[in-house]
Write a protein that binds this ligand. Structure first.
Ligand code: ZN
Ligand code: FE
Length: 256
């Protein structure tokens, strides 16, 4: 009923994650950005892969599925809304489904926006959520398939989790996200301090992921779309968070 997590870089800026249930040793890869890197992490830990949990169909998330399944015979669990696009899928899951990894329990939440079928895996008893490309440290996923309202609704599900929850996102985008965040939330002292800490961590070559939901609630502009200071900075006076979120996302898409 407790998990152990290994985190390692994959491709140019993805993170791979292995989650192991301490009771019976079941091991899940959260997404499969790079089968070779996942195999290296497995052999370094002496762990055997039993599951793959996919968040969405993008190749940097499901591209290693078939190679790993051929090697390990692992069971692949992924989003019902993208079942046809997830290589080797065994179990299609959706909102509210409970997925067991050994004795450990993950709850599935549907978080459309980045893709329409995107799901996240929340281990409430362990205070951990694997959020794929829905929320990033100081950012959120691009709206390739969904609408601002869908993504805002998805982010709101994450915002309602316990504040101490650790958010394991799929990319190290934090330093660039911080530069943008400061442009739409310039008076936020916590954000300024966090941006400095992020720059120092990256200069030392350290990951900035996971963060906690509490940190994101205080500093992530995409969660703070209803904040008066953020609204003013993007030139909106109304308190409509979806309109503000859409404007912040539009600005981020054009930010260099
Ligand atoms: Zn993606
Ligand atoms: Fe991705």
């Amino acid at each position: 009923m407790a998990i152990e997590i290994r985190q390692f870089p994959c491709l140019s800026d993805n993170y791979g994650y292995l989650v192991r249930d301490l009771d019976d040793g079941a091991v899940a890869a959260i997404d499969t950005p790079d089968a070779a890197a996942i195999n290296e992490a497995l052999s370094a830990s002496g762990w055997r892969l039993t599951h793959i949990f996919n968040t969405h169909w993008h190749p940097d998330h499901a591209g290693g599925n078939l190679a790993l399944k051929a090697q390990w015979g692992c069971r692949i669990i992924g989003p019902r809304g993208e079942a046809a696009k997830i290589p080797g899928l065994d179990d299609a899951v959706g909102e509210g489904d409970k997925v067991m990894l050994g004795q450990s329990r993950a709850l599935v939440r549907e978080t459309p926006g980045h893709t329409l079928g995107h799901i996240i895996f929340h281990f409430p008893d362990d205070g951990a959520a694997f959020v794929g490309d829905t929320i990033f440290a100081l950012g959120c996923g691009r709206l390739f398939e969904g609408t601002p309202l869908e993504m805002w609704t998805s982010l709101s599900k994450i915002a309602a989790m316990a504040p101490a929850t650790k958010l394991y996102c799929a990319h190290e985008y934090t330093q660039a996200n911080a530069r943008f965040a400061l442009t739409v939330d310039p008076a936020n002292e916590k954000l300024k301090r966090r941006a400095e800490a992020i720059a120092q961590a990256r200069a030392r070559g350290e990951p900035t992921v996971p963060s906690t939901l509490a940190e994101e609630l205080a500093t992530n502009p995409f969660l703070r779309a209803a904040d008066a200071g953020v609204l003013a900075a993007v030139g909106l006076s109304s308190g409509d968070p979806v309109a503000a979120f859409a404007e912040i996302r539009r600005r981020k898409d054009n930010f260099r």
